[in-house]
Ligand binder design. Structure first.
Ligand SMILES: Cc1cc2nc3c(=O)[nH]c(=O)nc-3n(C[C@H](O)[C@H](O)[C@H](O)COP(=O)(O)OP(=O)(O)OC[C@H]3O[C@@H](n4cnc5c(N)ncnc54)[C@H](O)[C@@H]3O)c2cc1C
Ligand code: FES
Length: 324
C-alpha cells in the first residue's frame, strides 16, 4: 500500500510506502528535504503537515509515517539526483588519540570500493540491526578509499566509551554513507563562515581540505570554540591553513587558562562581534546543539538569510522517535 504526498504551493508529489517516513519517501523519489539526525531529535526537518481540517500543523518529517494521502509544507524541497547509499564493512587501520577525550578513527574501505560523499556529510556506524551512531567524515571526498572520524568520548556512551575502546587494527565496522544536508554549497559565491565546537571540527576539516584541493577562491573564516586550549585538538592544522592563507582561523575558549591571549567567550558570539551584519554571508555551524541553535537564532537576527545557514547538531540519537 502506498500514499500520495503532495507538496503545498507546488506541483510536486511523490509516493510514500506504508510504514515509510516522508523524508525517506522524498529521497527515494529524488527530492531533498532539510534534515540532520533523522531520529526526531534535532528539528532540522521540521515542516508543516496539512490536517483534515486544512490546518497546517508542525511536524518532524523524518518521523511522519503517513497512513493516508497527505499534503506537506516543508521549509525547503529541491530536486536532487537520487541518493545511492552504500553499506560497507570497513576495516580499522589506525586509531589515534588526538586529545584525552577525542579519538581519530581511520577506516579503510574494501579494496576497489570508493566512498562517494560531499565535504561535510556524515556516515552511520551500525552497532546492530536497529542501532546506529552518526559520525561526520573528517577527510575530504577525494580521499575516497577511507573515512576518518573524530569521536568525542561520552562517558557511558555505547559507541564512544564502549565499542571504540575494544576496537583494534584490522577489526571491521559496518558503516553506511553518505548522509546529510550539511555539505558545502558550490553554487554560491558568498564569503563563508565555518563555526565549530569540539568534534564539530571534523566536517569543517573536510570542507576546508576540499576547498584547498579544488583551489576555491571563496573567502573562508573558521571559528573553533572549546572550553580549554587542549580541546582544540587539531589547532596546529588550523593555524597552518591560516598561515598559508587558505582560511582565517579564530580559536575561541570559554574557560581559558590565565596565559591564554586569544578570544574568549561563546564561539558564535565571537562571530557576531566581528560581523554585526551577516546579510551577505553563508554560515556552516556544527557541533554542540546549544551552539547551533543559538547561532541560528542570533545569526538570522543579524541579517543572515535562513537558507544561508547550514548545521549539523551533534544530538544524541538513541532516543525513541517521538510520535509524529
Ligand atoms: C548528524 C550527526 C553527526 C554527528 N557527528 C559526530 C562526530 O563527527 N563526532 C562525534 O564525536 N559525535 C558526532 N555525533 C554524535 C554521535 O552520533 C553520538 O551521539 C555520540 O558519539 C554518543 O554516542 P554513544 O554511543 O557514545 O553514546 P550513547 O550510548 O548514545 O549515550 C550514552 C549516554 O550519554 C549521553 N549522551 C549522548 N550523547 C551525548 C552528547 N552529545 N552530549 C552529552 N551527553 C550525551 C546520553 O544521554 C546517554 O545517557 C553526531 C551526531 C549527529 C546527529
Ligand atoms: S532530522 Fe528530523 S528531527 Fe533531526
Amino acid at each position: 500500500m502506498s500514499y500520495q504526498i503532495n507538496v503545498a504551493a507546488s506541483d510536486i508529489s511523490f509516493d510514500c510506502n506504508d510504514g515509510e517516513t516522508v523524508l525517506d519517501a522524498a529521497e527515494r523519489a529524488g527530492f531533498a528535504l532539510p534534515y540532520s539526525c533523522r531520529k526526531g531529535v534535532c528539528a532540522e526537518c521540521q515542516g508543516g503537515v496539512v490536517n483534515a481540517d486544512g490546518v497546517t500543523e508542525k511536524a518532524l518529517l523524518c518521523c511522519v509515517r503517513p497512513a493516508a494521502n497527505m499534503t506537506i509544507a516543508p521549509r525547503k524541497i529541491e530536486k536532487r539526483e537520487r541518493i545511492v547509499r552504500k553499506k560497507l564493512d570497513a576495516s580499522v587501520f589506525r586509531i589515534t588519540q588526538a586529545a584525552p577525550d577525542v579519538t581519530v578513527l581511520q577506516l579503510r574501505l574494501p579494496i576497489g570500493v570508493r566512498a562517494k560523499f560531499r565535504a561535510g556529510q556524515y556516515l552511520q556506524v551500525h552497532l546492530d540491526e536497529e542501532t546506529v551512531r552518526n559520525y561526520s567524515m573528517a577527510n575530504p571526498p577525494h580521499q575516497s578509499d577511507s573515512v576518518h572520524l573524530h569521536v568525542r568520548h561520552v562517558p557511558g556512551g555505547r559507541f564512544s566509551d564502549g565499542v571504540l575502546k575494544e576496537l583494534a587494527v584490522g577489526r571491521k565496522l559496518r558503516v553506511e554513507l553518505p548522509y546529510g544536508e550539511f555539505f558545502f554549497r558550490d553554487e554560491s559565491e558568498k564569503p563563508v563562515i565555518l563555526v565549530a565546537t569540539g568534534t564539530g571540527f571534523a566536517p569543517v576539516k573536510s570542507i576546508v581540505e576540499d576547498a584547498i584541493k579544488r583551489k576555491l577562491a571563496r573567502p573562508l573564516k573558521l571559528y573553533w570554540g572549546a572550553r580549554r586550549r587542549q580541546d582544540l585538538y587539531l589547532a596546529e592544522l588550523a593555524r597552518k591553513w591560516h598561515d598559508e592563507g587558505h582560511v582565517e582561523f579564530t580559536p575561541v575558549l570559554s574557560d581559558p587558562d590565565d596565559d591564554w591571549t586569544g578570544r574568549t567567550g561563546l564561539v558564535h558570539r565571537a562571530v557576531l562581534a566581528d560581523h554585526p551584519s551577516l546579510a551577505e554571508h553563508q554560515v556552516y555551524a556544527c557541533g554542540n546543539p546549544a551552539m547551533t541553535s543559538a547561532a541560528r537564532d542570533e545569526f538570522t537576527r543579524a541579517g543572515l538569510p535562513e537558507d544561508e545557514f547550514f548545521c549539523d547538531a551533534f544530538v544524541q540519537t538513541d532516543a525513541l522517535e517521538p510520535a509524529a
